[in-house]
Ligand binder design. Structure first.
Ligand code: KG4
Ligand code: ZN
Length: 351
C-alpha cells in the first residue's frame, strides 16, 4: 500500500511517500526556520502563507523522488491536528483537493499519533506493553501503549512543553531559533553541574510535568548575574555568565524531568519497552540518558532517527497506514482541522 503523507501543522511543509507504513520512498521537507528566526518563534500568519506558497512543489518533489504517479497511490494521509489552525488548513485543503480530483482515499491523522508512528519506520515490532513519550515544541505527553486497545494518556505537562522551554530558554540566552538544537550544540562544551536549576514535580508520584518554573528560574539567574545583553539577540563580550554552562545546566534540568517521569511511567505500567518521539527526542543528552536507564531497567528503547523525530511527512503516512486498515477513510467533504482529533489504537501489534 502506497501512501502520500502531508504535514503542515506548524512551520515545516512536509510530504512523503511510504510503502506499507514502513518503507520510506521519499521524505521531502521545506523548513521555514529562516523566516521565523528573526522573530525568535513561529509567526502563524507567515507560516500559513509559506505553506500555501510551497505545498504544491513539496508534494510534487515527494512523488518525483519516490518515482510514483498520483494514480499509483492507495491514498493520502494528512495531519488534521493539533497545530496552528491556518497552517493545518493548508495541508488539509490540499489533501482534500488532490483526493477528490484523483479519486483517492483520504484520512486525517492526529499529529501526535504521527510522532509515535515514526517508531515504525525503522522497527518492525515493538515489545508491548510500552510507554511512549511524545516531546515536542507544543506537547509533552506520556502515553501508555497497551498490547490491545487504545493508547492512554498517562501524564503531560501542566504548562509549557519541553520544546517550548528549550526555545524560550535559548532566546533568553541570545541563541538562535529554534532553541532546542542551539542549546543541544552549545551544551556540549558546558559544565551542567555549575548551576543547579529546579527539577519541578520530581519528588511526587505524579506523571505530570511542569517547565514554566524552570524558565522563570533561568530568567532570575540571568538577572542576578547581571547578564549583559546587547539588545540585538547578542551576548556582550563582557558577560561574566558562561553561556555553555548555563545552557548545559538548563538542558540537564529538562532532561532529568523527562527521564524520571518516563521511567516512573514505565515502572507503573510494567512496560517492556519505551518509545520516545517528537522534536526534543533529537536531543543528544536525552537520547544518551534514556539509553542508560532503559539498559539498567532491561527495557528496549525506540527513538527514531533525528530526522524522523522532528516534524515530517513520513510519520504521517505511517500513522495513516494503520488508520486506513482500522477506519478505511475519513469522509472527504467533512474532514477539517481539529484541535484534538482522536488518537489511534494500539497499532504496534502490526497488521
Ligand atoms: O516535533 P517538532 O518538530 O514540532 C512540533 O510538533 O512542535 O518539535 C520542535 C521542537 C522545538 O521546540 C525544537 O526546539 C525542539 O523540538 N528540538 C530540540 C532539538 N531539536 C528540535 N530540542 C532539544 N534538542 C534538540 N536537538
Ligand atoms: Zn511535531
Amino acid at each position: 500500500m502506497l501512501l502520500l503523507g502531508i504535514e503542515t501543522s506548524c512551520d515545516e511543509t512536509a510530504a512523503a511517500v511510504v510503502k506499507d507504513g514502513r518503507e520510506v520512498l521519499s521524505n521531502v521537507l521545506y523548513s521555514q526556520e529562516q523566516i521565523h528566526q528573526k522573530y525568535g518563534g513561529v509567526v502563524p500568519e507567515l507560516a500559513c502563507r509559506q505553506h500555501t506558497a510551497v505545498i504544491s512543489d513539496v508534494v510534487c518533489a515527494a512523488l518525483d523522488k519516490a518515482r510514483v504517479e498520483l494514480r499509483d497511490l492507495s491514498g493520502i494521509a494528512v495531519t488534521q491536528g493539533p497545530g496552528l489552525m491556518g497552517a493545518l488548513l493548508v495541508g488539509v485543503s490540499f489533501g482534500k483537493a488532490l483526493a477528490y480530483r484523483h479519486k483517492l482515499r483520504l484520512i486525517g491523522v492526529n499529529h501526535l499519533e504521527g510522532h509515535i508512528a515514526a517508531v515504525h519506520l525503522e522497527n518492525r515490532t515493538v515489545e508491548l506493553p510500552a510507554v511512549a513519550l511524545v516531546v515536542s515544541g507544543g506537547h509533552t505527553n506520556i502515553y501508555f501503549v497497551p498490547a490491545h486497545g487504545p493508547l492512554e494518556l498517562a501524564g503531560q505537562t501542566i504548562d509549557d512543553a519541553a520544546g517550548e522551554a528549550f526555545d524560550k530558554g535559548a532566546k533568553m540566552l541570545g541563541l538562535a531559533y529554534p532553541g532546542g538544537p542551539a542549546i543541544d550544540r552549545i551544551s556540549k562544551t558546558g559544565d551542567p553541574t555549575r548551576i543547579n536549576f529546579p527539577r519541578p514535580y520530581l519528588r511526587n508520584d505524579s506523571l505530570d510535568m511542569s517547565f514554566s518554573g524552570l524558565k522563570t528560574s533561568l530568567r532570575y539567574y540571568l538577572e542576578r548575574s547581571g547578564f549583559p545583553h546587547t539588545g540585538r539577540g547578542q551576548i556582550s563580550n563582557l558577560s561574566p555568565v558562561s553561556i555553555p554552562d548555563v545552557a548545559a545546566a538548563f538542558q540537564q534540568a529538562i532532561v532529568d524531568v523527562l527521564v524520571e517521569k518516563t521511567v516512573l511511567a514505565a515502572d507503573r505500567y510494567g512496560a517492556r519497552s519505551v518509545c520516545v518521539t517528537g522534536g526534543v527526542a533529537a536531543n543528544i543528552n536525552l537520547r544518551q540518558r534514556l539509553a542508560e536507564v532503559c539498559r539498567e531497567g532491561g527495557r528496549s528503547l525506540y527513538i527514531p532517527n533525528p530526522s524522523y523525530c522532528t516534524d515530517n511527512g513520513a510519520m504521517i503516512a505511517a500513522a495513516g497506514y494503520f488508520r486506513f486498515h482500522r477506519e478505511r477513510e475519513s469522509p472527504l467533504l467533512t474532514l477539517s482541522p481539529q484541535t484534538a482529533p482522536p488518537m489511534g489504537g494500539s497499532w504496534f501489534t502490526g497488521i
